[in-house]
Ligand binder design. Structure first.
Ligand SMILES: *[C@@H]1O[C@H](CO)[C@@H](O)[C@H](O)[C@H]1NC(C)=O
Ligand SMILES: *[C@@H]1O[C@H](CO)[C@@H](O)[C@H](O)[C@H]1NC(C)=O
Ligand SMILES: *[C@@H]1O[C@H](CO)[C@@H](O)[C@H](O)[C@H]1NC(C)=O
Ligand SMILES: *[C@@H]1O[C@H](CO)[C@@H](O)[C@H](O)[C@H]1NC(C)=O
Ligand SMILES: *[C@@H]1O[C@H](CO)[C@@H](O)[C@H](O)[C@H]1NC(C)=O
Ligand SMILES: *[C@@H]1O[C@H](CO)[C@@H](O)[C@H](O)[C@H]1NC(C)=O
Ligand SMILES: *[C@@H]1O[C@H](CO)[C@@H](O)[C@H](O)[C@H]1NC(C)=O
Ligand SMILES: *[C@@H]1O[C@H](CO)[C@@H](O)[C@H](O)[C@H]1NC(C)=O
Ligand SMILES: *[C@@H]1O[C@H](CO)[C@@H](O)[C@H](O)[C@H]1NC(C)=O
Length: 837
């Protein structure tokens, strides 16, 4: 890293001079109050924290450093109380870096099911696997990135660029994980929308600053985090990027004001790995835990640990702030029942060998490090179900699908095949070899096995007595011609991958560099379609790709988006292709005809340092943008076909009378403290004879505590006196009256075709103002209907659903513009509408 102090001074001067956006200071850091269903946990945590010494408290706030423990993140321990510390582990789609775990479908896939049951079941199954491995905190789910730009490398780890769909998926996933006795960690807070320059690089000293107005932040990016808080998330991870030129893990406005005050978040904030940049400042700005604990990867030094001990001893950090950090951490622990659900950690993130070093960086303590506990249970069934239920049928002409005992089948493309090196041969899935079933980076898990489409389809062919040919080389057109000639159907598989910025694959530094298919996929499809009249295209992509030519090609009779389905990918696609599963999925993003049509893109290179990443489009991302700009996409948000058909009728709107909205008023109590702190620095030194593991982070001080240094901490930052409550706050996710029901809407959905199916009915609202999107999604439900059967779709429209964020009153208001409600099958197929009078 190049740390140029000249750049620093220039940057700070620019911020002071108003050349760059700046984030308003907000202090003090709100202390936990035990509201929103946290009362019991808070009480237990208080009892526990009251027993702790200063050093023990600091131990729970600070990671022990990279590779210092079995998990990807480990806090210090409390040997005196037999407390093993907190173990934090990736990922949002399964337990990372271990064995005998499941590889679940990615977030973007489960979102495409639009099924709250599957959101929650997946969360619960993942939670059970984390629990079985002895993990306290699962690092997921993801609502940041939300998916501002389709090229964003980690979008697939989250759910959808729509904040309501993502918010519902966040809440259900969190409840599922936490019901299993594991703390969910919603991340990355906030506006972590691209990989390029999310951290400093060799040439740019600062991470990018995401600059966005207050209204868009509330109406778009913060919305799903509000749902996460309301669902009781125990932890939130602050992000690498800056927001208005203040780092995500020391931005007092996003942490203290928005998260802990307005959203009334009761859990703890942990940093992303090395996203902390200061000690005292981050503590006062609302950070509660630092990961991995060292200042930089294996640097051996820390912003907290002994530095936090010293800052408390010399009076810079008040006891209440340290106590609040620890009581938040322990409240999350008790809230999900870790005190009864916990088993000892039985794996090691740094090696799959049975025996190895407990401290690999120091080559210390050779011992058993893996117990190879099988936590998979019967989750393969759920994975296969989600795989099928998340496959979007985009095109189906000439009744091509479902297949029924075809005489012959040709399966083409490397994306149908096993990775020649095995499914886990590339570290953190950092390559695009073989079929794509998850993206790359820390948001991954090892596959226990991977059923490639070729394997499952060949078995189906054997079962049906179909002739089966296949080609894995995308460039061997001679072999392709031979394989498809005479075949009743040619199924071509292709993919597009992306991932986290620490790995580059084929020139893609996390973010995608284009929106086309990888490995010659487009040319392969074009070639097969030029010689064969019945081509089915299956796309394993992390997000939208440009499909207009494929869509328009008469010989391409069917297109399916199968996303990133996890370990059962082959079985799941076979279920759909052969009609054992009737597609229900709807696209969770828009498929633009060109890259430019999206209106937003990743910024790959920045002219300034700190890099300024402005969000001038405001709330107009994905379908909001296409609608506002009048651009027709290839396939719209919410679109998906079925093997049956549905009709919509009988819209009913019932007005409810919840009474007026009352802003939250009054004062908080004063900041509490738990136990007494021994301020004698001699008692905070390393105990005599203590063996310190090299590069390990400890809470002990050595030598005198710094005193008398210049103090310029922000005004009010150490004030523990009662504070005014904010009008939009007062309960988890915001003012509780935001969830008052204003209207109940219902509609009849009828299966008008000949097979049973699940229809995803969608409800959109027009807020009516000149700066509002044409429509915004607010509700959805999955209705299982037999042929001829009708069901009722019903949704309660809340106050929040019809409000806008008012920057002046800092509250939600219902504008006077006339509002309309729409119900139908996609964002552009809304046969029912009515006025919200
Ligand atoms: C960022 O700056 C904009 C413009 O001044 C302001 O509307 C917004 O509230 C700020 N957001 C944060 C998180 O500082
Ligand atoms: C802090 O945690 C470390 C392990 O990370 C442990 O060795 C040490 O004893 C703990 N200190 C106290 C005071 O509990
Ligand atoms: C405390 O922080 C300072 C400033 O970042 C750093 O130089 C020092 O190494 C830290 N102390 C420890 C024990 O990590
Ligand atoms: C640990 O062992 C490895 C391999 O034997 C060696 O390369 C490395 O330098 C050792 N590290 C330390 C800190 O001794
Ligand atoms: C695997 O992927 C890497 C990088 O994406 C590529 O260089 C390599 O050739 C691939 N190996 C095989 C066997 O396909
Ligand atoms: C057919 O699939 C098998 C299994 O993946 C593979 O070994 C074989 O090379 C493929 N055939 C061709 C012609 O690519
Ligand atoms: C887009 O990127 C992929 C992956 O790097 C590459 O295979 C493909 O050729 C690129 N497309 C174009 C049109 O350059
Ligand atoms: C469709 O496939 C047939 C071969 O069956 C071929 O003759 C025709 O040119 C193809 N159509 C297009 C538009 O490529
Ligand atoms: C107290 O110690 C902390 C950590 O070393 C330091 O940042 C701070 O400036 C010190 N306060 C005083 C008054 O010296």
């Amino acid at each position: 890293m190049l740390w140029s102090s000249i750049a620093t001074v220039a940057a700070l001067t620019a911020i002071v001079n108003g050349q760059y956006e700046s984030s308003p200071p907000y202090y003090p850091a709100p202390w936990m109050r035990g509201g929103n269903g946290w009362a019991d946990a808070y009480e237990k945590a208080q009892a526990f924290v009251s027993k702790l010494t200063l050093l023990e408290k600091v131990n729970l706030t600070t990671g022990v450093g990279w590779e210092g423990g079995p998990c990807v993140g480990n806090t210090g321990t409390i040997p005196r109380l037999n407390f093993p510390g907190i173990c934090l582990q990736d990922s949002p789609l399964g337990v990372r870096d271990t064995d005998f775990n499941s590889a679940f479908p990615a977030g973007v896939n489960v979102a495409a099911t639009w099924s709250t049951r599957l959101f929650k079941s997946r969360g619960n199954a993942m939670g059970m696997e984390h629990r079985g491995k002895g993990i306290d905190v699962q690092l997921g789910p993801v609502a940041g990135p939300l998916g501002r730009a389709p090229e964003g490398g980690r979008n697939w780890e989250g759910f959808s660029p729509d904040p309501v769909l993502t918010g519902v998926a966040m809440a259900e996933t969190i409840q599922g994980i936490q019901d299993a006795g594991v703390i969910a960690c919603a991340k990355h807070y906030i506006m972590n929308e691209q990989e390029a320059n999310r951290q400093s690089t060799d040439t740019v000293e600062f991470a990018y600053s995401a600059n966005l107005d207050d209204k868009t932040l509330h109406e778009l990016y913060m919305w799903p985090f509000a749902d996460a808080v309301r669902a009781g998330a125990g932890a939130i991870m602050c992000s690498y990027n800056q927001i208005n030129n203040s780092y995500g893990c020391q931005n007092s406005y996003t942490l203290n004001y928005l998260l802990k005050n307005e959203l009334d978040f009761q859990g703890f904030v942990t940093s992303d790995w090395w996203a902390q940049h200061t000690g005292v400042a981050s503590a006062l700005a609302g950070l509660d835990m630092t990961m991995a604990g060292d200042q930089n990867l294996n640097s051996g030094d820390t912003f907290w640990g002994s530095n936090l001990t010293a800052a408390v001893l010399n009076g810079t950090i008040p006891q209440w702030r340290l106590d609040d950090m620890v009581v938040r951490i322990m409240s999350a622990y008790y809230k999900v029942g870790r005190d009864t659900a916990s088993v000892p950690t039985n794996f090691n993130s740094w090696s799959l060998e049975t025996n190895g070093y407990r401290f690999p960086e120091a080559n210390e303590s050779f011992q058993q490090i893996n117990w190879h506990v099988n936590v998979q249970d019967d989750h393969a069934k759920l994975i296969r179900e989600i795989g099928g239920a998340s496959t979007v049928l985009l095109k189906n002409t000439k009744k091509t699908l479902p297949l029924s005992k075809p005489k012959s089948v040709a399966v083409i493309g490397y994306d149908a095949h096993d990775n020649p090196g095995g499914p886990n041969s590339c570290s953190d899935r950092g390559c695009d070899n073989g079929t794509l079933a998850m993206g790359w980076g820390s948001g991954t898990a090892n596959f226990p096995y991977l059923i490639a489409p070729n394997t499952a389809l060949k078995a189906q062919a054997a079962h049906d007595g179909s002739k089966y040919t296949n080609v894995s080389n995308n460039y061997d057109f001679a072999a392709v011609a031979k394989a498809v000639t005479g075949a009743e159907v040619a199924i071509v598989f292709a993919n597009a991958d992306s991932g986290e910025g620490f790995i580059t694959v084929d020139g893609n530094e996390g973010d995608r560099k284009n929106l086309t298919l990888w490995g010659g996929g487009d040319a392969l499809i074009a070639y097969v379609a030029s010689i064969h009249p019945n081509v089915v295209v299956v796309l394993h992509t992390v997000g939208p790709v440009i499909v207009e030519a494929i869509k328009q090609h008469p010989n391409v009779t069917a297109i399916l988006w199968a996303g990133l389905p996890g370990q059962e990918t082959g079985n799941a696609i076979t279920d759909v292709l052969y009609g054992n599963v009737n597609p229900q999925a709807k696209s969770v993003f828009t498929w633009g005809k060109t890259r430019e049509d999206f209106g937003t893109d990743v910024t790959y290179e920045f002219p300034s340092d700190p890099p300024q990443l402005n969000f001038p489009e405001g709330v107009f991302i994905d379908y909001r943008h296409f609608d506002a700009a009048g651009i027709e996409p290839s396939y719209e948000f919410g679109f998906g076909l079925s093997y049956t058909t549905y009709s919509y009728s009988n819209l009913k709107i019932t007005k409810q009378n919840p009474g007026p909205y009352e802003p939250t008023t009054g004062m908080t109590s004063a900041a509490p403290t738990f136990g007494t702190i021994d301020y004698n620095p001699a008692h905070a030194e390393f105990p005599p004879g203590f063996h310190a593991v090299p590069q390990y982070v400890y809470p002990y001080i050595s030598g005198p505590v710094p005193t008398g240094l210049p103090q310029n901490w922000p005004a009010g930052s150490r004030d523990g006196s009662p504070q005014p409550k904010v009008p939009a706050g007062g309960s988890g996710g915001g003012n509780r009256q935001l969830w008052d029901v204003m209207y109940t809407v219902s509609a009849t959905v009828t299966n008008t075709g000949s097979v049973k199916g699940t229809e995803i009915a969608q409800l959109y609202i027009s807020l009516g103002g000149p700066t509002d999107p044409k429509i915004v999604l607010r509700g959805f439900d999955d209705l299982i209907l037999s042929p001829g059967e009708s069901g009722t779709f019903s949704y309660d429209i809340t106050r929040r659903d019809i409000s806008n964020w008012d920057t002046v009153s800092q509250n939600w208001v219902i504008s006077n513009y006339p509002k309309k409600v729409y119900v139908g099958a996609s964002s552009r197929n809304l046969p029912l509408s009515g006025v919200l009078a």
